[in-house]
Design a protein around this ligand. Sequence first.
Ligand SMILES: [Zn+2]
Length: 67
Amino acid sequence: MTEEPEDAAEVTWAVVGRDVMCGVCVALRRQRGLAIQEYDRSREVDLRVLTRRHMREQHGQELPFPW
Ligand SMILES: [Zn+2]
């Protein structure tokens, strides 16, 4: 399983639209964007799973599905 991004250590909070995102969220989203650009489907799916789990564990929030 993929580790969480290294720059997750610098926790910054950002409000993106109606979502409150921490540094991990931002890093995951950025990496997922890169995976999509590179048509790397398996990495994209991995990052989705990581993001969903992170949202559940760290933010107590279930992402709507499909997301
Ligand atoms: Zn987060």
